[in-house]
Design a protein around this ligand. Structure first.
Ligand SMILES: Cc1ncc(COP(=O)(O)O)c(C=O)c1O
Length: 384
């Protein structure tokens, strides 16, 4: 039986046409290591990696593609920033809506002498930039926040937060795992210093891809996470200090980046505004339908314009994990229950420790699927 896939916030599915072809073409026609050997196929592999950089840079408003660094996911990109930038004695501010990919490296550094402030958010998951401003101290080095919550979809006021950070000489880092590819953003114009993204969610690429943008000259202050062969300056035993090589030691996931380039191309050619419009429409339909079902509690703002296509809810009388099991078994609807790796966010919205049922839609979600989803939730809410 065909499934209805409502787990795009974990990883997107289906992938658009072109992704598998790009992966398979790389495997069959190129297959070489980029930037390592000077032969034609190695050069072709390097061209593919550069194309992925160029497409990502153009999607998010970065003028120099060489300032896009590839990692294996958003988690690695965020760790690179947090562990590379912060030192004992520094102070860092984050929000009460963060994913553990931000919280865990920060809590680790907190145990090693970095001061951490978690600015609290409203019950809808909103962060007030004034709360961040009030938390700033003399030793504050960075503000690190998610662009949108993976629990409520709440979109954070990144323009205002960037201003707060810059007016106080602090670096501003955005975790765009939930937004790159579904929310328009211009990284340079907004004043984002560090922008971490993942390739396998709304950028529609394969798993094992992600990366970050690093603003000019910041590489002087951010240590690499790993060091090793880069194919460049092989005569030196010290790590190169230029981008992207400084942060990209070892053979990259070229086959994955071939797929990522195709995913980003799909987003570029479809148009981010069009994708966003469709996701707002689909999410709006679901939110509206959900509010009419008795015994269902919805979290986050009911206005689809204020969120991404991620919807968390609970059904009275049935636990999130039981509900997700029933949705899968009886209705072939694939969702994600529980804490979704963001315990802080669940504490903020009052759903810790059981969590919520999370439906997350993508560019291929249809109105029919939304209707089936609503009917299934209604059936469970009636206890049948
Ligand atoms: C807000 C947020 N940050 C970070 C991540 C981690 O992304 P990845 O699994 O690509 O490392 C996720 C993944 O769900 C997320 O939702």
């Amino acid at each position: 039986m065909d499934c209805i896939y409502f787990d795009n916030a974990a990883t997107s599915w289906p992938k658009p046409p072109g992704i598998l072809e790009a992966i398979s073409d790389f495997n069959e026609i190129i297959g070489a290591n980029p930037g390592r050997s000077a032969h034609r196929r190695s050069i072709e592999a390097a061209r593919i990696v550069y194309t992925a950089r160029e497409k990502m840079a153009s999607l998010v408003g970065v003028s120099d593609p060489l300032r896009i660094i590839f990692t294996k996911n958003a988690t690695e990109a965020i760790n690179l920033v947090i562990l590379g930038l912060l030192n004992p004695g520094d102070h860092v501010i984050t929000s009460g809506m963060e994913h553990n990919s931000v919280m865990r490296p920060l809590r680790y550094l907190e145990s090693r002498g970095v001061e951490l402030t978690v600015a609290s958010c409203s019950g809808l998951g909103e962060l007030d930039p004034d709360d961040v401003r009030r938390s700033i101290k003399k030793n504050t080095r960075a503000v690190i926040v998610t662009h949108a919550s993976n629990i409520t979809g709440t979109i954070m006021p990144i323009e205002d937060l960037a201003l707060v950070a810059h007016n106080n000489g602090i670096l501003f880092c955005v975790d765009a795992a939930q937004t790159a590819g579904n929310l328009p953003v211009n990284v340079e114009k907004t004043g984002i210093d560090l922008f971490c993204f993942t390739g396998h969610k709304s950028l529609l690429g394969p798993q094992g891809t992600g990366g970050l943008y690093i603003k000019k000259d910041l590489e002087k202050y951010i240590k690499p996470l790993i060091r090793g062969g880069t194919g460049s300056r092989s005569e030196f035993e010290d790590q190169p200090d230029f981008l992207p090589d400084c942060y990209e030691s070892g053979t990259p996931n070229t086959i994955g980046l071939a797929g990522l380039a195709a995913g980003i191309e799909f987003v570029l050619s479809t148009g981010l505004e069009k994708i966003r419009k469709k996701e707002v429409h689909i999410t709006g339909l679901f939110l509206k339908g959900l509010q009419d079902i008795k015994g269902v509690r919805l979290y986050g703002d009911p206005d689809p314009q204020k969120r991404t296509s991620v919807v968390s809810f609970t059904i009275d009388g049935i636990s999130p994990s039981e509900a997700a099991f029933e949705l899968d078994e009886r209705f072939s609807i694939l969702s994600r229950p529980g804490l979704q790796c963001a315990p802080a966010a669940h504490r903020t919205i009052g759903t810790f420790p059981e969590g919520t049922i999370r439906f997350s839609f993508g560019p291929f979600t249809t109105e029919d699927e939304i209707s089936i989803g609503l009917k299934a939730v209604e059936t469970l809410s009636m206890g049948i």
